[in-house]
Design a protein around this ligand. Structure first.
Ligand SMILES: Nc1ncnc2c1ncn2[C@@H]1O[C@H](COP(=O)(O)OP(=O)(O)OP(=O)(O)O)[C@@H](O)[C@H]1O
Ligand SMILES: [Mg+2]
Length: 254
C-alpha cells in the first residue's frame, strides 16, 4: 500500500469521524496482513470496534452530564460489610425492571451506609442501558425550582426535571425546606408520578417527612405519590466512613 493511500484513508476516516479506526488503523492493518485475516472478518472487526468505542464515548459523556458527585459502582460496594442489606432486592433493582415499570426507589438509612453510593451505581447502570439519567441533591433541586419560579421560568425547569427517565434526588430532609419550596417539589413529584422512575436517598423515616416539608397536606401528598409504586431499601448498619476512618487511625498508630 502506498503512503498516499494511507494518507487518504486517514483523511477520510477523520472526515467520517471514525475515531477508533483512525487511531488504530496501522495496528489493525498490520495484524490483519500478518495473520492473513479474511476481508469480511477484518471489516467485521473494524466496525465492531468502532461501534463499541462510540457507545463507550456516549456512555462516558452521559455519565459526565448526569451530575454524579463521584463515580460509584456496584463492584465498588462491599456487600459483606453491610450484612443487613436485602441483597435480593438489590439484585432485582440491578435488573432495572423498576425503570420499565416507572417505579421509585428509596434508600433509607443512617449516614455513611452507602445510600448515595448505591443510587449512583443504579444511575450509571441506567445510563449504560440508554436511560436518560440525572442526579441532584434535594436542596439544590429546590433552590433551582425556587429561582426558576422567581424568574417566571418554572414550567421550563419542571419540564426539564420531569423528562429524565431516571431522576436521582439525593439527601431528602438534610436541610430545611420553605413552604414554597415544598410546593414546587410536590409539583415535580406529581409530574413524574407513574411516568418515570425517581430514586431518593434519605435518612428520615417517612413519619418525619412532615417536618421536612413544613405542611402536613403537602408532605402526605408527596409521600403518597412517591410510595404508591416504590421499592424501599432500608439500610441498617454501621457507617462505612467511620469504618474507613477507624482503619486509618489504626494504621497511623502502628
Ligand atoms: N458497603 C460499602 N462498600 C464500599 N464503600 C462504601 C460502602 N458503604 C459506603 N461506602 C462508601 O462510603 C462513603 C459514604 O457512603 P455514602 O455517601 O453512599 O453514604 P450515605 O448513606 O449516602 O450517607 P449520608 O446519609 O451521610 O449521605 C462513600 O465514599 C461510599 O462510596
Ligand atoms: Mg448520601
Amino acid at each position: 500500500m502506498t503512503e498516499n493511500v494511507m494518507v487518504r484513508i486517514k483523511q477520510n476516516l477523520s472526515i467520517l469521524g471514525l475515531r477508533n479506526t483512525y487511531e488504530n488503523i496501522d495496528e489493525y492493518l498490520g495484524n490483519a496482513i500478518n495473520n492473513k485475516v479474511p476481508l469480511t472478518e477484518f471489516l467485521d472487526l473494524l466496525f465492531e470496534r468502532e461501534a463499541k468505542a462510540k457507545i463507550n464515548r456516549s456512555v462516558e459523556n452521559q455519565i459526565k452530564m448526569a451530575g454524579f458527585p463521584a463515580r460509584k459502582t456496584f463492584e465498588l460496594y462491599n456487600f459483606d460489610f453491610q450484612t443487613n442489606l436485602d441483597t435480593d432486592m438489590i439484585d432485582d433493582l440491578r435488573t432495572l425492571r423498576f425503570i420499565g415499570n416507572n417505579e421509585n426507589v428509596i434508600f433509607l438509612g443512617t449516614p455513611g451506609v452507602g445510600k448515595t453510593h448505591l443510587a449512583i451505581a443504579l444511575g450509571i447502570s441506567a445510563i449504560e442501558h440508554k436511560y436518560s439519567t440525572y442526579f441532584i441533591s434535594c436542596h439544590q433541586l429546590i433552590q433551582n425550582l425556587l429561582k426558576a419560579n422567581h424568574e417566571n421560568r418554572l414550567d421550563e425547569r419542571l419540564k426539564q426535571y420531569a423528562k429524565y427517565k431516571v431522576l436521582i434526588i439525593d439527601e431528602i430532609g438534610y436541610l430545611p425546606t420553605s413552604l414554597e419550596g415544598a410546593n414546587l417539589f410536590f409539583q415535580l413529584i406529581a409530574r413524574r408520578y407513574e411516568k418515570h422512575s425517581t430514586i431518593f436517598t434519605t435518612n428520615k423515616n417517612f413519619g418525619e417527612w412532615q417536618d421536612i416539608f413544613q405542611d402536613n397536606t403537602i408532605s402526605t401528598a408527596i409521600l403518597d405519590r412517591i410510595l404508591h409504586h416504590s421499592k424501599v431499601v432500608k439500610i441498617v448498619g454501621e457507617s462505612y466512613r467511620l469504618k474507613e476512618r477507624g482503619e486509618l487511625l489504626t494504621r497511623k498508630k502502628q
